[in-house]
Design a protein around this ligand. Structure first.
Ligand code: CAO
Length: 532
């Protein structure tokens, strides 16, 4: 008689009493080692429990909704391949990009993943060296075709053992670029992503330029889709664009059957978007909501033209801005601040500081006012992760900087602890690095709130795009003299700063946003209030 073994929940870190949200197998199924058996979901992550070995499912001890912890018996296997070795859970965060499949410890070859129709693409940057420790999703190399710049991220964490490419080498899908030593090696390449890890948060994985041309799957929508790793893996295998699949699970979660029926129905996998077209991230798959193909016009028919390629920075920021605009429900609330007294103070301070060479603009004061306002409205100094809000007890303020190569957002860390001259000095240094194209990734990461100032240029109001994963951004334009009256009888000319606050309506409500603006404006009107 063949042996029957208990299959238990393996080590799942600090988690316990985690609900089972999906069971992938049924009694009588034959499974192979590493096949996913069930999915667990804590408030922080979705984890699949894979089969520790092959066998036939003899009984299933849990159902959807049951809570399990490490060691809980979830099923019994029967068969020659059955063995008691514990499996290793696959545990990406809920909204993380697709995760590689676990395999035994050892060396993993990292290959160039599917890069659409591109072949022989030159390597333009190698971000790591032998001996470097990388985390999953860290960028390894950057490839640049004539249409797009694509970063190849690490499919898993480990130590780089060997680098098999150098600058200028040409690679195609499947080319081995590195060997990584890992405790959990992988065979499956991840998708390319366009971030240098610099200007963009990790959720993005969309090709920089024309997404449709570089990949058949909208990687941003895929990464943002609400699905567990096994379902993501299945979608990859079936070539299904998860962003287009409607989830039938709880809270709209995409389950296995949704992907299978989508694939059978000949959805995105069978009918990729037209070249150059891009589908909205998180799109519903309802055909009426799909975007029309991008209009193809022969402009030269109408007059002389010239063609200029977008800079690398522009391509990266384009992908990020597009994702942020499409995914975040933006609302912008406009207001104005009376900065007459502050401007006088600024001029006085600049006279006093003249010898030191420090020249203070309005922006450092706005950063200080932003910190004080964020402390009163903590949900603005936060990020949305699944169904929870991560509130940050640090205040790192990013500022949009216009550079010859495009928009960059350097970050001033711990603005709450720095003086106005310190912020001014750091801002000047970071803006210079940005303009010289020398900003490092860590000088653009970790921001909790951004200020975009067009004050040195002009305009009155605009709609700034939120810098994900932040939830709000303050846009300011050029101050101007305006007649103000508090009673409609006496009037005074006041220097007025136009404010445009864009906020994520999933996190923030309109009334709170209006209060945020009023508070920010009051603080600028009288900076002594920052002490309260
Ligand atoms: N109202 C009136 N004048 C203003 C002002 C405002 N709100 N903000 C700045 N100014 C003045 C400054 O005082 C300075 O005047 P002086 O030359 O007489 O001293 C002048 O405008 C230029 O200021 P600045 O731009 O050099 O300095 P800053 O600290 O205000 O801004 C930086 C620094 C890096 C943010 C800015 O140079 C920049 O790049 N701004 C563009 C940001 C951007 O592109 N945003 C859009 C993003 S969406 O695409």
């Amino acid at each position: 008689m063949s042996q029957v073994i208990d299959i238990k929940v393996p080590d799942i870190g600090d988690f316990s009493d985690i609900p089972v949200i999906e069971v992938f197998v049924k009694v009588g199924d034959t499974v192979k080692a590493e096949d996913p058996l069930l999915s667990l979901e804590s408030d922080k992550a979705t984890m699949d429990v894979p089969a520790p070995s092959g066998g036939v499912v003899k009984s299933i001890k849990v159902k959807v909704g049951d809570k399990v912890s490490e060691g809980s018996v979830i099923m019994q296997f029967e068969g020659a391949g059955a063995a008691a070795a514990p499996a290793e859970v696959v545990k990406p965060s809920v909204s993380a990009p697709p995760s590689p499949v676990s395999a035994p410890a050892g060396l993993a070859e990292v290959r160039v993943p599917d890069i659409g129709d591109f072949t022989d693409v030159p390597v333009i940057e190698v971000f790591v060296g032998v001996g470097d420790t990388v985390k999953a999703e860290d960028p390894l190399v950057s490839l640049e075709s004539d249409k797009a710049t694509m970063d190849v991220p690490a499919p898993l964490g480990g130590v780089i053992q060997e680098i098999r490419v150098k600058l200028g080498d040409k690679v195609s899908a499947g080319s081995v670029i590195m060997v990584v030593a890992t405790g959990s090696a992988t065979a499956a390449p991840t998708a390319t992503q366009t971030s240098t890890g610099a200007a963009t948060p990790a959720a993005a994985a969309a090709p920089a330029a024309s997404a449709g041309a570089a990949s058949k799957i909208d990687e941003t929508a895929f990464a943002l889709a609400y699905a567990g790793p096994a379902v993501r893996k299945l979608a990859r295998e079936l070539g299904v664009d998860l962003g287009k699949v409607k989830g039938s699970g709880e809270h709209g979660r995409i389950v296995r059957t949704d992907v299978e029926s989508f694939a059978k129905g000949g959805g995105a996998a069978a009918a990729p978007a037209a070249k150059g077209a891009s589908a909205p991230a998180g799109g519903s798959g309802v055909s009426g909501l799909d975007l029309l193909p991008w209009p193809k016009v022969d402009f030269a028919k109408f007059g002389p033209i010239e063609r200029k390629d977008l800079s690398r920075i522009k391509k990266i920021s384009a992908a990020n801005l597009h994702r942020n605009w499409v995914v975040i429900p933006h609302v912008t609330t406009h207001d104005e601040a009376d900065i007459t007294d502050l401007e006088q103070f600024r001029v006085t301070m600049n006279k006093e500081l003249e010898k030191s060479g420090v020249k203070i603009s309005m922006l450092p004061f706005m950063m200080k006012a932003a910190v004080a306002t964020l402390k009163k409205f903590p949900e603005f100094n936060a990020s949305l992760e699944g169904d929870s809000l991560v509130l940050k007890n640090y205040w790192h303020i990013g500022f949009a900087a216009d550079t010859p190569n495009g928009l960059m957002v350097p970050v001033i860390r711990d603005c709450d602890k720095k003086t106005i001259p310190e912020i001014t000095k750091e801002m000047g240094e970071l803006a210079k690095l940005a303009r010289d194209g020398k900003l490092k990734p860590d000088q653009m990461s970790g921001g909790t709130f951004t200020i975009s100032s067009l004050g040195g240029i002009g305009g009155i109001y605009f709609t700034p795009i939120i810098n994900a994963p932040e939830v709000a951004i303050m846009g300011v334009c050029k101050s101007y003299w305006k007649q103000h009256s508090s009673d409609g009888k006496s009037w005074a000319s006041r220097l007025t700063l136009p404010l445009s606050l864009s906020w994520d309506h999933r996190v923030i409500d309109g009334a709170v946003a209006a209060r945020f603006n009023v508070t920010f404006a009051n603080l600028l009107a009288d900076m002594r209030r920052t002490m309260f």
